[in-house]
Write a protein that binds this ligand. Sequence first.
Ligand code: KQY
Length: 366
Amino acid sequence: MKILSSVPKNDGFFMPAEFEKHYGCIIIWPERADSWQYGAVMARKAFTEVAKAIAQSEKVTVLASDAAYDTAREMLPDYIRVVEMTSNDSWARDYAPTFLKNKKGIIRGVDWGFNAWGGLVDGLYFPWDKDNRIARKICDLYETDIYNVRDFILEGGSFHVDGQGTVITTEACLLSRGRNPEMTKNEIEEKLKNYIGAEKVIWLKRGIYNDETNEHIDNICAFAAPGEVVLAWCDDKNDPQYEMSKECLDILEKETDAKGRKFKIYKIPQPQPVFMTDYECEGLINFNGEPTRTGGERLAASYVNFYISNGAVIIPGFNDENDVKAKNIFQNIFKDREVIQIYARDILIGGGNIHCITQQIPISKQ
Ligand code: KQY
């Protein structure tokens, strides 16, 4: 594996869309006791269901620490590969490499800087050094070269691409004080253009209410196809999410993508607000003497935090009356893929959802 200091755009590399063909998917086994309640038992069951659903149509590799290896190997079916690799937590979307490809089908990774969603300003844990090494370790494992851009803080959940030059992101996250405070919005756009092959960056303002990642795009809006997006939608004007989603809609309705197309926008209804229970909080240990969650805290639930595998679309469920409605909308959009809904409260408690715990590897011709 070579660590590259050149710029992907100059080398002809760009990020393909998630709805394009994958070689496989990476997931990191949950273990951290201040993220995953009651020894991560329920989270591990939910992660297993996600891994199994994805493995129906692509190769899944689960990374587990030495301490958690036995439970991972025990709980996961044998067609899922388990590899020992240590991280600080389980968010493959954010610190596994962003995979790029070129026209010949060669794959390379990008190694962004990671500081636990805001470093010492408003980050969620410290240290994050093991997470930061994950991208290079994975590229070594898959024998792909990797671009070094650790001087720029970025998580994979904070941008979505259509593979045809359009990137969507949120200002709340990418312009947050804890990431790259010395950079202007234009300079950040330039990085996205150079490192993931964007020609046009569409900036939504906000994401999902109370999303502790500073409102990642992957919880509020995603590409379903070129020129088509899904948007988390709230009809209740008394809910703070209403204004947040409405502002996104207004921007998307006025915008065109990198190819000049107007967007077809699918509204996905939000579940009823989901709150942490006291019982769930008791199952978490403190971080640095402070609880990581409090009873009654609203969690950032959204159906838009889904993963597109080769044969399926894996969406979260919350035991909510809108679960079926959301599933039907997704099935109508993704007619050629099976929509699989997985009860995901135990992932949500960790602070993210199905998209956040997965990272796709595009198919390569290497
Ligand atoms: O949503 C994500 N991409 C990760 C959230 C991590 C929260 C840590 N508690």
